[in-house]
Design a protein around this ligand. Sequence first.
Ligand code: ATP
Length: 140
Amino acid sequence: REATLAIIKPDGLLGNYTETIKATIAHSGFKISREKVVQLDEEGAASFYAEHSTKKFFHGLIKYMTSGPVLVMVLEKENAISHWRSLIGPTDGRKAKITHPDSIRAICGTDVEKNCVHGSDSPQSSEREISFFFDIPSGS
Ligand code: ATP
């Protein structure tokens, strides 16, 4: 079975979308093997999104991701990475409402930045992202 990292971002948690999103996760056959609520600090968010550090939207993204707690989950099933990416829909929540009205971002996303959820985009990212949140030795 494959594992992917899913995040309910601050707008998703604040907007009370957790139950709806978790219902979709359960109906779609995923097992949530690990989960925790985390308040990212700037350093943590910048490290998680390091690949975007040169983008114009980086500063806004870090501000958004540190604006409140996030719920981080490891989802497991066959083809978990691509299945979760297809359930969340396109990056831009506003466009998702038009092109993928049943997607999670169509339901709780606002725009290209505030898109309420995250999903790993490859086996390499999934491995990196899961260890980012879950394999950090205690006390660090
Ligand atoms: P994620 O990696 O969070 O699942 P994604 O793969 O759809 O999303 P990326 O291109 O990796 O999108 O961008 C990471 C995050 O940065 C997006 O989820 C979104 O919150 C933000 N973002 C992406 N593009 C823009 C943009 N043009 N303007 C503002 N924020 C953006």
